[in-house]
Design a protein around this ligand. Sequence first.
Ligand SMILES: [Zn+2]
Length: 178
Amino acid sequence: MNNNMLSFMLVLAATSMLGACSAQDEAAPTGPLNAADTVAQVNKSEEEWREALPHMACFVLREKGTERAFSGEYWDNHEKGHYQCAGCGQALFDSDHKFESGTGWPSFFQPAEGSAVLEKEDESYGMRRVEVTCSACGGHLGHVFEDGPRPTGLRYCINSAALEFAPDSTSVKGVRYD
Ligand SMILES: [Zn+2]
C-alpha cells in the first residue's frame, strides 16, 4: 500500500467515526475498514453501528443523545417482560422494576442484574450526573439519579430508543431472572 492510499484510509476511518449517526444519507464507504475504526468491547465499527441501528438508537447509544421526554416507545409501557439493549441484545431491565416517574422516560429502580450496566460520573452540560451504559457493548442508555422509590432509592432514567422490549411470552436466550 502506498502512502496516498494509507492517508486515504485514515481519513476515511476518521470521517466515519465523526459522522457516526448524523451522516446517514451519505453514501457509505465500501471496502475494508481500517482496524483503528473498531470499538474494543464489541468489535463493531461506528460504521457498522450506523448501518445496524435505527437513527434514534444510534443517536442515543453511540452519541450519548437523549430522546425527547414522552416521545419514546416505552415510557408508558405497562406490559410484563424484559428490556434488552437495542445495540447488542443484553438483558438490562425488567418490567417488575419499572415505575411511574412522571418524567416521560422509562424509569427503573434497579437493573435486571447489577452486572448488566456500568455507571460512571458524567459532568457534561454543567451537571453532575451518573451515566448508565450497557456493560456488553458500551452503549449509552441514560442516567441514574438518587431520587427513586424504595427499595433502592434509585431512578434509572433510560431512553426508550436504547431499549428493545421482549414480552414475557418470549424467552430471552435462556437468561433467568428473579
Ligand atoms: Zn448493549
